[in-house]
Write a protein that binds this ligand. Structure first.
Ligand SMILES: [Zn+2]
Length: 116
């Protein structure tokens, strides 16, 4: 089973970076967790929010956020629509389901004929 984060939305903020004080580097990203196995792929409702600076290449953790950053992030969070959680079966799963159905039908026919 593998888990990965899919980038859903990225916004650049005009706030000053708490690390390098540049006001062009801050980027807020929203990522959604995806779980993938051999049999299915699932979009989970789990959202990962991250603020990073592209100027000084630093991840800005919430403890470093200023009140202004807090407000902007809160606003962006409200404006953000996550992808609907869903699960897709892969081809191999459908083949297994198909084989099971065939096996059941075959068994039913065999039992039917054995009774006569
Ligand atoms: Zn920075």
């Amino acid at each position: 089973m593998s888990e990965k984060l899919m980038l859903i939305k990225e916004v650049s903020l005009k706030n000053n970076c708490p690390e390098c004080f540049n006001n062009t580097g801050l980027h807020l990203t929203f990522k959604q967790k995806i779980v993938e196995t051999k049999f299915y792929k699932s979009i989970t409702p789990e959202i990962n929010r991250e603020l990073s600076c592209k100027t000084c290449h630093t991840i800005i953790y919430p403890v470093q956020w200023t009140d202004d950053i807090d407000k902007v992030v809160e606003y962006q969070q409200k404006a953000f629509t996550p992808k609907q959680a869903s699960t897709y079966l892969k081809k191999v799963s459908w083949i297994l389901i198909g084989m099971s159905i065939t096996a059941v039908i075959f068994l039913a026919i065999t039992i039917y004929y054995l009774n006569f």
